[in-house]
Every structure is written in C-alpha cells, then in structure tokens.
Design a protein around this ligand. Structure first.
Ligand SMILES: CC(=O)SCCNC(=O)CCNC(=O)[C@H](O)C(C)(C)COP(=O)(O)OP(=O)(O)OC[C@H]1O[C@@H](n2cnc3c(N)ncnc32)[C@H](O)[C@@H]1OP(=O)(O)O
Ligand SMILES: N[C@@H](CCO)C(=O)O
Length: 387
C-alpha cells in the first residue's frame, strides 16, 4: 500500500480495511435503527429487508404532525447537530441549528434525519449485507431519488409521523425535499429546497462522469465487489472528491483565499511541492476517503443523475401542479454547480402563491448551504411560521 495515498482520518483504516462508512458492530453514537422491510423500486425490482439509520431530536406529539425532516446531501449523514463521537466521524453539518430555543426549536418540533438509502452510514447500501450475508456490492440495484423518499416515508410510518411541518434539504437533500410534496402531497406542509434543482442538468451529470470514471478505473474497484478483499478503491474515490469539491466552492472564493500561494514549506515551481489550493483539496480528499464508501458514492451519484421531477408525470409543470405544500426555494448567488437559474425555474413553475425564492449572498458557492448557518436557520424558522 506504500504507493497509495495515506489518509489521516482516524476512521481511514478500520478493521483491516480501507472501506469508509459505518458497519454492523461499529459503535452507534446517536444512531437509531428501524427495519422497514422490502421496498419496491421505481426502476423495477424489490430491495428486501431495508434498514434505516436515523437520529432525532425533540418529542413527537400525539397527532404525529409536529415533525420536521432534515435531508442530508451526497456525503452527509443523519448527524445534523452535535459533536463528533465514537461511531460518528463528523460533527453535525448544521451544528447549532437544533435544540431548545434554537432555529429548530425542540420545545416545539420533533426533528428527524435519516441516512439515505444507498449510503454508508447504517441505512442499507452497497456495503450492507445482502440476504446471503455477503455485501451487496455490484448486486445493489439502481435506485432513484424517489426510492430514497419512499424509504423515508416508510420510516415516517414506523415513527408514527402523520405529516411533516417541513421537509428541509440542500443539494441532493433538496432533490428529496422537492420530491416529497409531489409524492406525498398530504404529508408535507412545507418544503425548504436549498441549492438544488427540479432535475439534474447536463452540466451536473457531466461533472459526475469523471468522478464515477475515477472510481471505476481504480484497480481495486473490482466491478464494485471489493468489500471482502480487505481494500477499497480509495484513490478513485479521492480523485472523485477532489473534482467534486472544486465545484462546491466559487471561483471567487478560491482566488481570494488561496490565490497562487504555495503551500507553506513546499515549492510548486519545479520543486515537487503543491500550491495551497492543491493541499486544501488533498485535505478534503483525505477526510472524505476516511469516512465514505466508494460504492455508495457511485450509487448515490447515479441516483442524483436520475433526478427529474417531471419524469413519467407529464413534465415539470404537471409534476409541480400536484404540490399543495408551500415551497421555500433558496439559491446561493455564487453556486456554479446548481446555479440560481435552476431555483428560478423551479419557482416559475411552482403553483402561484405557494412558493417563494430567496437568493443568498455568500462567497462560498454551492457549499454556502452548509456554511451560512444563520441565514439558513432563519429561513427554516420562517418556513415553520415562527417569529
Ligand atoms: C449535508 C452534507 O453533505 S454535509 C457533510 C459534511 N460535508 C462535508 O464534509 C463536505 C466537505 N467539506 C466541506 O465541504 C467543507 O469543509 C464544509 C462545507 C463542511 C465547511 O466549509 P468551511 O468551513 O469553509 O471549511 P473549509 O472548506 O475551509 O475547510 C477547512 C479545512 O481545510 C483545511 N485547510 C485549509 N487550507 C488548507 C491547506 N492549504 N492545506 C490543507 N488543509 C487546508 C483546514 O485546516 C480545515 O481542516 P479541518 O476541517 O480538518 O479542520
Ligand atoms: N459538501 C456536500 C456538497 C454536496 O452537495 C457533500 O459532500 O455532500
């Protein structure tokens, strides 16, 4: 392994493998689990014995309608709020949002976040055991954003949630937040759709193509069946993350923050060293590879590419005509991956008087939806009708 990058996360090398993510037997931190049984998939077939990992905050009322669903993005997880812990590699990605008196006030709201179908943090995904006890790997079926939402609805049934006061998500989470009021109009009061889109664009699919290719061309990919080999395609996954991370930030931010600076102590002008921006990308590559699974990355990326609320529904306008929930659509002005025009298009076709569009002024690009906690928190609080 000497010729492969070393990864500095404490989770990078675990149980003799480089496969990132949560595995049966690992510490559970705040995770809870529900078995929801078999799930019929949009593109055909049935996924048997689906397990969902989730976290929750606050208390569900007797009517089951004070619930708020938080939807994580591609490499996020159910740990929206709280510190990192054993069994939980990252602190909450919106740490400080949820709690008594906070933007999402748990004196009033029952907040739930689940790990997505196909992921690697405890909900069934390609690294989970199939019925024969070995990892699904290449046998894991093609899943869509709608399948992910169907799984969340089955979780809601088990938790006795009758209606969500709000479904909130950014990026891939925003894809689920817009699918929810279309698939289950009677179960959603409002949706907050951050830095997202009604359909994956050609440009977004294009950025994903070299990411998937990088993973699949890693010799350790083994067609997706590497889980029992003791090693994983971490180089391919790392390249995928580096490509993706650039698209998550704005050109302006990178220019003003890193410029042409050399990484301290390194000489990029023929000395074999790195520019600071290269070092920064390496850092994020290492962190992601330490906590995430390549198979999940491929499965979830392909499900993002499938996203199109108009598919099989007569197009965008016809799909949105089903929506009775209030849609709060939020774009980041510097987002080059999910540009503002996509949120404007969603707002244009959403039912009149049932949507509003906010354009956040942030230098951070697509990741602005993760970083601008106070702006996002105020929007969520407002969506819930709180002062
Ligand atoms: C919903 C979800 O998907 S969330 C899941 C969590 N998301 C992620 O992890 C995505 C990857 N991470 C990110 O995109 C970002 O870190 C965010 C959005 C979480 C936070 O963004 P920011 O606060 O702007 O952090 P930023 O991107 O500047 O990264 C800071 C890190 O880069 C490191 N760094 C900065 N400059 C350099 C450099 N020149 N060389 C090496 N490392 C560097 C910092 O030391 C810091 O390290 P740490 O996070 O290990 O403490
Ligand atoms: N940084 C986020 C952005 C994707 O939208 C993630 O990794 O999930």
């Amino acid at each position: 392994m000497a010729d492969r990058p070393t990864y500095n996360s404490p989770n990078a090398v675990r149980r003799g493998t480089h496969v990132g993510g949560w595995r049966e037997g690992d510490p559970v931190a705040a995770r809870k689990f529900v078995d929801i049984g078999a799930v019929e998939l949009e593109r055909g077939g049935v996924l048997p014995s689906v397990r969902v990992a989730y976290e929750s905050w606050g208390t569900l009322n007797a009517a089951g309608d004070n619930a708020v669903l938080i939807e994580h993005a591609l490499t996020g997880d159910a740990h929206v709020d709280g510190p990192a812990a054993e069994g939980q590699p990252t602190p909450g990605w919106w740490d400080g949002l949820i709690g008594p008196g906070r933007y999402l006030d748990t004196d009033k709201w029952y907040v739930v976040a689940s790990n997505v179908l196909g992921g690697c943090q405890g909900t069934t995904g390609p690294s989970s055991p199939a019925p024969d006890g070995t990892p699904w790997g290449s046998r894991f079926p093609f899943i869509t954003i709608r399948d992910q939402v169907r799984v969340e609805a089955l979780l809601a049934d088990q938790l006795r949630i009758t209606k969500f006061a709000a479904v909130v998500g950014g990026s891939m989470g925003g894809m689920r937040a817009i699918e929810w009021p279309i698939m289950y109009p009677d179960r959603v009061q409002s949706s907050v759709i951050l830095a997202s889109t009604a359909y994956a664009t050609s440009d977004q699919i294009a950025w994903c193509a070299p990411q998937i290719a990088a993973i699949k061309s890693d010799p350790l990919w083994c067609g997706g069946d590497y889980y029992e080999s003791g090693d994983a395609p971490t180089v391919g996954l790392g390249i995928a993350r580096s490509i993706a991370h650039v698209t998550y930030r704005s050109e302006y931010e990178l220019a003003t923050r890193f410029g042409r600076e050399a990484q301290p102590g390194e000489d990029p002008l023929g000395g074999g060293g790195r520019y600071a921006i290269e070092s920064y990308l390496d850092h994020h590559r290492d962190k992601l590879v330490g906590r995430f699974d390549a198979g999940s990355y491929v499965v979830l990326t392909e499900s993002m590419n499938s996203h199109d609320i108009g598919r099989g529904r007569g197009g965008l306008a016809a799909a949105l005509a089903k929506v009775t929930a209030q849609l709060h659509i939020v774009a980041v002005n510097t987002d080059r991956l999910y540009p503002v025009r996509l949120s404007e298009e969603l707002a244009k076709f959403a039912p009149k008087g049932k949507n509003d569009l906010t354009i956040l002024d942030s230098p951070y690009g697509h990741d602005g939806f993760l970083i601008e906690l106070d702006m996002i928190g105020a929007i969520i609080k407002n969506a819930l009708g709180a002062d």
